[in-house]
Write a protein that binds this ligand. Sequence first.
Ligand code: TPP
Ligand code: MG
Length: 372
Amino acid sequence: MTDSLLTVIEPDGATVPGFDTTLSDDELLRAYRAMLCVRAFDDICMKMQRSGRIGFSIPNRGVEACQVGAAAAFEATDFLFPSYRDFGMALYHGVPAVEMMHNMFGNAEDSAKGRQMPVHFSFVEPIKYFSISSPIGTHIPHAVGAAFAFQQRGEDRVCLASFGDGGTSSLGFHSGLNFAGVWKAPVVFLCQNNGWAISLPAEEQTASDGYAVKAEAYGMPGVTVDGNDLLAVHQAVSEAVARARRGEGPTLIEAKTYRMGGHSTSDDPTKYVPAEELAAWAEKDPVERFRRYLERRGLWTAEIETKLRAEVADEVATGARTAEATGKPGLETIFSDVYAELPAHLRRQGEAAFDLAKRKGDASSGDGAFPL
Ligand SMILES: Cc1ncc(C[n+]2csc(CCOP(=O)(O)OP(=O)(O)O)c2C)c(N)n1
Ligand SMILES: [Mg+2]
């Protein structure tokens, strides 16, 4: 159990003596672009939700370094089991913004064919990004089960289970970590402690001294890392991935970060987040901190910034326009990808429903309001 907080980028962008990242210059710039893209994506989703064009979205502001630093430690052959607040994991690995926008609109091009809520992305290429589970913590045993299967089959793949401080109160957290410890499954648990679980502060989520300490009970190392420091998160997760690949089992990483926005586009954080707390964390903005690092390293200029911002703004705006203009999934797709062979009773029920829809018309759209 490491008590100290791993941090490598100083507030002015310098790194601590003796540290060097294993990320190449290209990967560093890719990470920065992914973080800018998350911000652009968030921005446009807020506008689309406020104008009633999508049901809801999840803001990522403040946690971008944590998502992207962690994602950069995985190969495309590994399996990510992300949280709903992990947009940067997909974007870093090259998922085009338009693919994510298809899900925001639940349209015919959506990989889930409109059968998931917005922000419940799932991708097979270019990264194995497992479908988001709405019930908190239920994806943790999924990640452990997949990791155990890879271990049994002798496949060199590692799984990531990413969840929040609130996720540690779920049954999935405890059963998942327990069996990962017992089986020495190749899985990395990333607890993004972002200060809040909707309106419940992280201090009221647990009586233990932080979250990393919980690792001890399950027989695995627990590490605490500065979640606003992309390179520190990347280092901690890379070490855990290497450990998993060596067959030494799982690691629990607590990344201390901060949600600089609402839980979703449907709540008002000013009702419960102290303004001074938010202001203090805004000073530690992870994107700005990484930008200073890139500048010191000679990888950032104002021209590069302008170019990247224009690129990501165009990517998300074009993606949103394309997704909005794409039609809804046909009713007859409700059973697609579900059964290898459709059972007879579902075929009969389906035919009756499709016939009714043909005669009476498809269900009309709702008003776009979403309860959470
Ligand atoms: C089993 C279950 N209980 C409650 C909810 C409602 N809910 C949705 S998000 C959330 C908070 C989760 O907080 P945290 O794990 O810290 O993640 P964060 O939103 O901060 O990223 C809750 C309680 C749910 N989706 N599933
Ligand atoms: Mg949280």
